[in-house]
Ligand binder design. Sequence first.
Ligand SMILES: [Zn+2]
Ligand SMILES: [Zn+2]
Length: 175
Amino acid sequence: MFSHEYTCDRCNLTATYVSTEIGYYRLADGTDIPRLSQPAWCNYCNALRSAERLPELERLQQILAEIESAGLSDGDYDFLESLQQSPESYLAERVSKWRASVRWRSQRQSPPRCLECESTDLELLAQEIDQSLESLPHPNCGGNFTRTNWWHCSQACYTVLDSEGRGIVGGPSAT
Ligand SMILES: [Zn+2]
Ligand SMILES: [Zn+2]
């Protein structure tokens, strides 16, 4: 996980973006599926934030179809042997996770939310720039943020959201 610090060339404000920690969605049936994130300007926080990144439904369906038709690769078999897990149970687990992701994505109503305040009033910044966003406009200022510093931080925390992207009270240990 990385922290990136940006300074506005017009107003001199600094903004920090922390590429997020691992997170999960906990679905109504108790299944946990991974959550992706991306940088965004949150108009409610008025700050650079980490926001949810909702994958394309088509992409999830495509991956599920590939797993269902192709099954496991040689690499998977080697890996499973080392874990002493049966290929059948591993594959069934994987397929059911992807099915849960497809179901979640097709039912998801809310647009992406800010991971800080849960607002949906966001300017999403390109998804691939997670590690290398060099600059971004400073909304309502007219200036430009450019990256002035970045560092690695080892602090790891993890968050659990419900299927609509709202924080679950009680966190990861809640049942
Ligand atoms: Zn500015
Ligand atoms: Zn926010």
